[in-house]
Design a binder for this molecule. Sequence first.
Ligand code: ZN
Length: 271
Amino acid sequence: MASYNLSSALTAELSELGEYYAGLFCEGSETIHPHIIAKGLGLNYTPNNYGLAFEGLLEYKGGKFHVFINTRADEHLYTPRVRFSFAHELGHYIIDNHRNALMQPGVAPHGSITLMSELRIEREADLFAACLLMPESRIRQDVFKQKFSFALIDMISKKYQVSITAALLRFIALGNHPIMVVCSRAGKVVWRRFNEDFPFYNLHTVGKDIVPVNTSAGDYFKDGTKYDRTETVFAEDWFILQNSNDRGRQFFEHCIYIDRLKQVVSVIWER
Ligand SMILES: [Zn+2]
């Protein structure tokens, strides 16, 4: 369960870069389309079904860059997952260090696999993608004086045509309300992200990263129970308490389920 953060200077830089390119090529359009930005940059791309090989790939060959974008069955350039992968590849092209590294002789292009890779350059490209598709100034306007609810995240995801997870991570990064997001797969916590001002840190996992039982996510792994609305949980159910006075503090938990991956993403915030 690795977790580290990029420096605030780099975060600010990528935010500005995303904002700049979104404004340059998609001014006045609510949804930012990576393929339109690629066109604007004179960067060629090929969407195709590449099976499980990669999500996206930026190749440098014969003095030219080319983006290969994996569109599997029923996917196209407007599918949220594909849009994010495309924006991620644009990151490798736009971020100086990434582009320069690819131009070195003998460097093979690497296929980018998934959102949430722990490799540093992948984290940077993911952050760039988030900043491009959900520019900071636009998101700040959307969440200004809004009370946090899952509906707010749902709105961001629909408005910017990104996955719920991408919208959640962006919301955490801009952090105007403390939330924690925990992703569990097959009964184990695989990653978590939270704002600095979230009141708890350590999860009440049993043994090695096992999802706590008295939680909505725990119910799913116990007997397949799914909740289609926000549930109430207690601090001690999800977290290890440092202070016994915290016992009984009420939190909300809202789950997003992907059965195919046996995956639950829990969004947790204080009631
Ligand atoms: Zn990548």
